[in-house]
Design a protein. Sequence first.
Length: 488
Amino acid sequence: MRYDAVVIGSGVSGMASALALAREGLSVAIVEANRHPAPLIRRFRRRSVWCDAGFHYFGGLTDGGGAGALFRYLGLFDRLNPEPLDSNGFDTVAFEGEPEVRLPVGLDRTRQTLKARFPGSADAVDAWIDAVASIQDTIPFANLSVDPGTFDPRPNMHRSLGHLLAEAGAEPDLVRFLDAHGYLLHGTHIDETPLHVHGTVIGFFLLAAHTFPRGGDTLADGFGHALKTMGVPVFTRTRANAIRSVGRSVAGIEVQDADGNHDLLECAAAVSAIHPKRLIQMLEPSVVRPAYLQRVRKCPETFPPFVLYFDAPNVPESLLRTNHYYVRPDRKSGRDEVLALMARPSDVDPETGSRRSLCAVREASGWEAVLRDPSDSAYAEWKEAMTADTVAWTGAVVPELRGRCETVAAATPRTYEREAGAFLGSVYGIRHAVGTEAVLPLGPLRGLFLAGQSVGMPGVLGAMISGVVAAAAIVGWNPIMDRIRRCA
């Protein structure tokens, strides 16, 4: 079989790339090793309770905004029915023994809120908000008048958020707040977080914060419907084994289905929407520069998550439309540790009547010990200890839940690697950090392009944008941006 382009991986970035290419008239196919497309963002059921694996909330869906235009261009918007989170506090951050801080929707409202909470850091708050506003005004998909062909994020990739706050005289309490909140949003601490990454991620959330009626299933099914409408085949349970080339140009993707049958999908262009460290295993070493392989192998990963799912009937109303970040000091690392209880629109799924789980997310602390001793017994002991600690922590910060909720599932880095293909279970793929050489959308072969969180910015929107960027590298920016602007 021959296609104009083949996309490896049916995550958000892969599906977005395939849709963009199909809308520009190319014949496209997607190959996916999992049994279902979009394995990371799909929900699963345990004991009749719905659990969201990799999707919780979404930023930037405003009327006439870039994110909404992107969804319309991809053919998704009309099937989403987004549910707004609490505009007075879509995220709440609470430190032990201190009043909570509620982040409202809106840059000016956030400015006022943080100045009231951190009065000694008023200048630093202004510097932070102004930087976020400037970044949002100069990036494509936030400001649709920006020409993507001339956009250059590098100045804000080499300066950290911590550097900005130090220059502005931020007090330790504000630094600690922004560090704890940002770490779960983009996977880096404040002293290594590039301003571009932070301003893009938090900026979209400060514009608008939504979730979807059926969580990640709403988004996955929307993508599935759009792909079917555009006639894009998705070959599930089909593994890409190798990228074949002629000279230094892509010639096709060698695949293997669940029955062991091999095939070659001929193509002149390919988009890799899988982790770059998995991609380089598919390349013929003789046609790839050793320096490229070494650079990708050296890239650090974002932290691996541990996620606990509770069946929690009659939870406090405040836990429905607000994400709660609870922070405590970690004596071993010297950093703060964060537990996030994620928002959802309601307690009950509107279609099935089944309850939604209360989802608790934190870093998988101590996971390095399991990697050193990957035996089943060591893994089971670690998982049991993490579960017990998370249950106790949750009960301590939300006393109303003590004795009123039951653990129905736990997802570990091993779970995310096995079920969703997340490399080493990392939450956002390769870490975007100041001083770290980035993995670029242009691959090491002619006709090979990269997409995903490791290449673009972290999060669902970042993955979607990176997929469109990869498509634009194949067909050009002008036709894609013209269509997206019309969708606004």
